[in-house]
Design a protein around this ligand. Structure first.
Ligand code: AMP
Ligand code: MG
Length: 314
């Protein structure tokens, strides 16, 4: 079943039942080696899912749970292979969304719940997105309105030393370091995985978040960007831009928040990526925030949607 969370909509099944988890992979068309995040609604459930909970993990959970943060630790015996294929770890999150919490509590078991999109598509931030992708493949989606954070959870591994940021999200690197001390940022957060390299987070090696129309990121000032895109109007160009750019653009565009508001950009990005396909453009030139604070999460998703293609102007 599709359920709302504060990050994105999840496709939930009993995390302790390997067959139920296998159905998630089937419905999403998810590569089978891409592990699932297990969702809990009480801290006591965490103890049963991992081998032990170190001091720093406890402090992190006390500070940011319930919330948009996933913590990876060595897994307990009860974790089915489908949840963490080939890994000796499991990722756990305690979501803050009241509907997510209520569903997990009612189920009486932890729920594995990856984003409720077709694999490779932008993650769903409304029940409509879920239904668009998975109608006919799943039985139902609970409509909890639009997701507040809008990008998937921050994923940090505490199964290594120093802790490693595998995916940026609503809880920032700075917030993690305030509790943990130095956190190593996995190179795959901002760069393509080197040929033949093993992904610390298997999900990072797959193409992600991509609309059907090709996207390229344009780096430069706002004025230079507008000149650049307007100059390509006759080539079928469109813009994925900040709210303030819109009035000067002479090409079709989708906005995703103000330039100085990365939280808003995060909330609107996936819906904006989906709407790009309605523009009937040949290519989309995108503005992208600097990789700082919540902007790092926006950057991480957008650079993947763009297949790491960046054009430097100015
Ligand atoms: P999604 O469920 O679609 O939000 O994706 C979950 C992300 O968390 C994927 O990129 C996975 O690779 C990553 N992940 C989940 N569990 C683990 C784990 N045990 N070790 C490393 N990465 C994980
Ligand atoms: Mg996903």
């Amino acid at each position: 079943m599709g359920i709302p969370t504060e990050t994105v909509y999840g496709l939930a099944a009993n995390a302790l039942d390997g067959n139920a988890c296998a159905r998630i992979f089937e419905a999403k068309g998810r590569p089978v080696d891409n592990p699932l995040i297990v969702h809990i609604s009480e801290l006591s459930q965490w103890d049963t899912l991992v081998r032990e909970i170190p001091e720093n993990a406890r402090r992190l959970a006390e500070t940011y749970w319930p919330g948009p943060l996933t913590i990876i630790l060595p897994k307990a015996e009860c974790i089915p292979d489908a949840v963490s294929p080939g890994l000796d770890t499991v990722s756990v999150r305690f979501p803050a969304h009241p509907v997510a919490k209520a569903v997990i509590s009612a189920a009486g078991v932890p729920l594995a719940a990856p984003s409720a999109n077709l694999s490779g598509r932008p993650s769903p931030t409304t029940a409509g997105h879920v239904w668009h992708d998975l109608k006919g493949r799943i039985e139902a989606v609970l409509d909890g309105g639009e997701c507040g954070v809008g990008v998937e959870s921050t994923v940090v591994s505490l199964a290594c030393n120093p802790p490693r940021l595998l995916r940026p999200g609503g809880i920032t690197l700075e917030q993690l370091e305030a509790v943990l001390g130095p956190v190593f940022v996995d190179p795959a957060v901002t760069h393509p995985l080197a040929e033949g390299a093993k992904a610390a987070s298997p999900g990072m090696k797959y193409k992600h978040y991509a609309p059907r129309v090709p996207v390229k990121i344009v780096e430069g000032s706002g004025e230079a960007y507008i000149r650049f895109v307007n100059g390509r109007a006759c080539e079928g160009a469109a813009a994925l831009c900040y709210d303030g750019d819109a009035s000067e653009l002479r090409v079709p565009f989708v906005c995703y928040g103000q330039e100085d508001d990365p939280e808003r950009q995060a909330r609107e990005l996936f819906d904006a990526l989906r709407r790009l396909d309605e523009l009937d453009a040949k290519i989309v030139y995108a503005r992208c925030p600097p990789p700082e604070g919540v902007g790092l999460a926006v950057y991480n998703r957008l650079i993947r949607a763009a297949g790491f293609e960046v054009i430097h102007i100015d």
